[in-house]
Design a protein around this ligand. Structure first.
Ligand SMILES: [Zn+2]
Length: 313
């Protein structure tokens, strides 16, 4: 635990660190024990401009969040192109994820007509698999009715199919075999999110800071799964991320994992969706065991929240 003296000194604007290098070891420990990750962007309280861990030097938090939102919107729009380019790959599970993401990004109305074309295909597939998530009319209602809560219907469906067996271990049955876009979660059983994506008021400094991913609170050694098939782009270790892993997926998506205790895959290795790729940990600058998970699209971090497929309050 940090002492009150350090917390107080960090709250003094004159002592506010101007760069990450200005942080003393003790200050770092104090920040970390408060749940802060040093690569979060930090903003000067007077000018409002980024002074440490910046996406772009000197950017304001408002601009950073606006740019990230633009990138998130582009990623969601590209899902429509994915559907149109690869209709044969479109299955019920993907379709429901895409509906959910577009709804959360306030884009569902815009693409209602495009999606409606695929409803017969999805309903027919669900009938064949005895997995009736929605009737055609219900889908069309969801597409036209912005307020419908699809995720709840999914969670309440006892007939939600178990994917067939997959030849790897660890193996997450929660992720469909062959999924090629990073939908769903990299951990089983929807663990608690300890720090969400985006801007927040830093608990110690009281200043705004940014966070490019989502932190899941899980014990050291928890299985981490790739939510999509892909190829290992990087395995590394540094002071902040600790043991890190980046996987490249189709359609210009990448997923990033930090603070790992073990990485189970090697650079350039092909990975299957739902196969274990790492064990979570507490390496790098981390205050407690957790997984930092981020999604990049076209090289830019996006807001991964909708991609998880959780109900959003
Ligand atoms: Zn994080």
């Amino acid at each position: 635990m940090m002492s009150g003296a350090y917390a107080a000194s960090l709250l003094q604007p004159t002592l506010f660190p101007k760069t990450a290098d200005d942080l003393t070891f003790t200050q770092n420990v104090a920040l970390q024990s408060a749940g802060y990750e040093p690569w979060e962007s930090i903003y000067d309280p007077e000018t409002g401009r980024c002074i440490s861990g910046c996406l772009y030097p000197g950017i304001t938090l408002a601009d950073e969040l606006r740019i990230n939102q633009q990138n998130t919107t582009v990623a969601a729009q590209q899902l429509i192109q994915y559907v149109q380019n690869y209709p044969e790959r479109l299955n019920s599970d993907q379709f429901n994820h895409i509906l959910n993401i577009l709804r959360n990004q306030a884009l569902l109305d815009e693409y209602a007509d495009v999606l409606a074309q695929y409803v017969p295909q999805i309903v027919s597939e669900e009938n064949q698999n005895n997995n009736n998530q929605n009737t055609a009319n219900e889908y069309l209602e969801i597409i036209s009715d912005y307020a419908a809560n699809l995720a709840e219907q999914q969670n309440g469906n006892a007939n939600y199919p178990q994917p067939p067996r997959r030849e790897c271990w660890p193996n997450s049955q929660e992720i469909p075999i062959g999924q090629d876009l990073p939908f769903g979660e990299p951990l089983k059983n929807k663990p608690r999110i300890s720090s969400s994506y985006g801007g927040r008021i830093h608990p110690v400094t009281g200043q705004p800071s940014g966070h490019n991913g989502i932190d899941f609170s899980v014990p050291v050694g928890t299985d981490v799964f790739s939510p999509a098939s892909g190829k290992v782009a990087a395995v590394w270790q540094d002071d902040t991320c600790g043991k890190g892993l980046r996987i490249k997926h189709s359609n210009n998506y990448e997923t990033v994992y930090c603070h790992l205790s073990r990485v189970l895959v090697e650079q350039n290795e092909n990975v299957q969706a739902g196969c274990g790729v790492a064990k979570s940990g507490n390496t790098g600058r981390s205050t407690g065991a957790h997984l930092h998970y981020a999604i990049k699209f076209n090289g830019n971090y996006i807001n991964p929240t909708s991609w998880l497929g959780r109900n959003q309050d």
